[in-house]
Ligand binder design. Sequence first.
Ligand SMILES: NC(=O)c1ccc[n+]([C@@H]2O[C@H](COP(=O)([O-])OP(=O)(O)OC[C@H]3O[C@@H](n4cnc5c(N)ncnc54)[C@H](OP(=O)(O)O)[C@@H]3O)[C@@H](O)[C@H]2O)c1
Length: 297
Amino acid sequence: MFSEKRRKIIKAGLATALVAGTNPTLIRAEMKKQLIKKAIPSSGEDIPVIGLGTSRTFDVDKQERQFKLLPVLDAFFSNGGSMIDSSPMYGASEATVGRLLDKLDRPKGLFSATKVWTDGKQAGIDQMQNSLSLWGLKQFDLMQIHNLRDWKVQGKIRYIGITTSHNRFHEELSTIMKNEELDFVQFSYNIGNRTSEETLLPIAFDRGIAVLINRPFQRGDLFSKVKGKEVPEWATEIGIKSWGQFFLKFVVSHPAVSCAIPATSKARHALDNMQAGFGELPDAAMRERMLGYIETV
Ligand SMILES: NC(=O)c1ccc[n+]([C@@H]2O[C@H](COP(=O)([O-])OP(=O)(O)OC[C@H]3O[C@@H](n4cnc5c(N)ncnc54)[C@H](OP(=O)(O)O)[C@@H]3O)[C@@H](O)[C@H]2O)c1
């Protein structure tokens, strides 16, 4: 499953981009308004930098309420979306995703990511099997071990990852990242919470592990910080038209970040968020400027 050679080639590319001071990483955005993708280091497969989270927002069990979320998924796929992140821990979210994928006639390009969240091998296999049937899939692209529970599982999956959103697990997570062969890791990172810049992001970069970022809006709290304020003029120069795009472009322009997975229950927010995955990403100087601005509001 792992190709050390491929990882090394990709890491070399990352280093060159950084030294050259160009837009970081393996960004496939030669032209403005092009869909931005980054490569999964263990395989070289490209994924768009903006994905979709489903915790809370997709946890609705009545069919008619699930169908109200159809425009969200439609906006996502119509704008190049691929990575959808869910979990058995998110109530009815996996069932909602499966039902809406059916409704959209199984859109091409889905990168399915869920989690296993139980102890014991058989319980893990049963849970993954149940998730496959809820999503209506034969195979998951990515299986992540939720909150570091009993992480030795095997199944019908392409990539293996591990996930948490709690700072208290960072030490344990970094030990696993240093010692195990992981394709993906998922944790929290946003312009208001940059703890993962200290150890997790550098380790992921160094080890060639793809990074999914949860809570890119700090569960929505970042929006209250900038309420009533316009996006600064200098940010609009690289095509940032909203605070959602400002926050997301900050996250995905970190050299170690592969994809952010914002959650939303609204199609207009899904559309807004997907626009952050097109055009230019901030360079190091622009990132500093964004940070300086947010620290003063
Ligand atoms: N341990 C783990 O593995 C773990 C832990 C936490 C999260 N996650 C994953 O990460 C995903 C994202 O994290 P999260 O859901 O906690 O928080 P988040 O994505 O940081 O924030 C979601 C909130 O932002 C709002 N929002 C989204 N787009 C917006 C926009 N363009 N403008 C204004 N408001 C906007 C949403 O409200 P509206 O509905 O009104 O748009 C929602 O309240 C989760 O859904 C889940 O898939 C994983």
